[in-house]
Write a protein that binds this ligand. Structure first.
Ligand code: IPD
Ligand code: CA
Ligand code: CA
Length: 259
């Protein structure tokens, strides 16, 4: 019952933030840069995070929250919300409609509830641990593709310091050199949800933050997919991430590990 209540709060917050994205879509978004010229932030990132925090704290005043824009409050509580108020900011700033809100809840460090809302397509991805993954209320599953050359459709992302940290240029080059279709849509949370619902077979990225993946990883797990670090071991925040439909996981690891 409690998990269902947490889910409803996450949905309410994600939809409220999504409405903010849509409201500001055709207005001045107040774009500025953070770590470098390509790492953008908009007024909408900040307004959305404020709204999400307000909704969560109205029901759970003592819970911890980690958000991309405002950092952490209440570090040591057993319940921690991990939020990306706008994943795909560069897309959003350019009017390219591939962006979302991502809200995950960890209980005693275990990812337990996940919500990703794409206001552009009105797609709501939801999951509670042990109860399956859903897209707009319909159960979703990772794809049944068993061979990279079927072919699998792959997706990846790059850190904002890609000009300095070029590791993924090499890895992506390896997949492309095999003749495989690789995309770079620009929203890690949606990349994971799309693997979860079978639109993509595999996703990898080197430098990814907890708020990018906290919700999407649970969605993927509940949809029957698999994830690991690049050594094939348990993924922890900070590691490079490989997420797949499960069937092609080893084939992708081989490509990643064999230069
Ligand atoms: C970024 C997106 C992008 C990924 C970057 C993330 P942001 O998040 O998810 O797809 O490649 O690593 O930082 O900045 O749009 O919230
Ligand atoms: Ca993000
Ligand atoms: Ca963000």
């Amino acid at each position: 019952m409690k998990l269902e209540a947490y889910l409803q709060t996450a949905i309410q917050a994600a939809k409220a933030a999504g409405a903010i994205h849509l409201y500001h879509r055709d207005q001045d978004k107040g774009v500025s840069s953070k770590s470098n010229f390509s790492d953008l932030v908009t007024v909408v990132d900040r307004l959305s995070e404020e709204k999400i925090r307000e909704i969560i704290l109205a029901s759970y005043a003592d819970h911890a929250i980690l958000g991309e824009e405002e950092g952490t409050i209440g570090e040591h509580h057993e319940a921690r919300w991990v939020i990306d108020p706008l994943d795909g900011t560069v897309n959003y700033a350019h009017g390219f409609p591939c962006s979302c809100v991502s809200i995950g809840l960890e209980l005693e460090g275990v990812r337990s509830v996940g919500v990703v809302f794409d206001p552009n397509r009105q797609e709501l991805f939801t999951a509670i641990r042990g109860r399956g993954a859903f897209l707009n209320g319909q159960r979703i599953h990772a794809s049944s593709c068993t061979d990279l050359r079927q072919p699998a459709l792959l997706t990846t992302g790059f850190p904002y310091d890609v000009a300095q940290d070029r590791r993924n240029l090499e890895v992506m080059g390896r997949f492309l050199a095999l003749g495989l279709p690789v995309r770079r849509p620009g929203s890690a949370a949606l990349d994971l949800c799309y693997v979860a619902c079978g639109r993509f077979e595999g996703y990898w990225e080197h430098k990814i933050n907890p708020w990018d993946v906290a919700a999407g990883l649970l969605l993927l797990e509940e949809a029957g997919g698999k994830y690991s670090n690049f050594s094939g071991q348990d993924y922890h925040y900070g590691d490079a991430l490989l997420a797949t439909n499960g069937h092609i996981h080893h084939q992708m690891l081989e490509v990643i590990q064999t230069p």
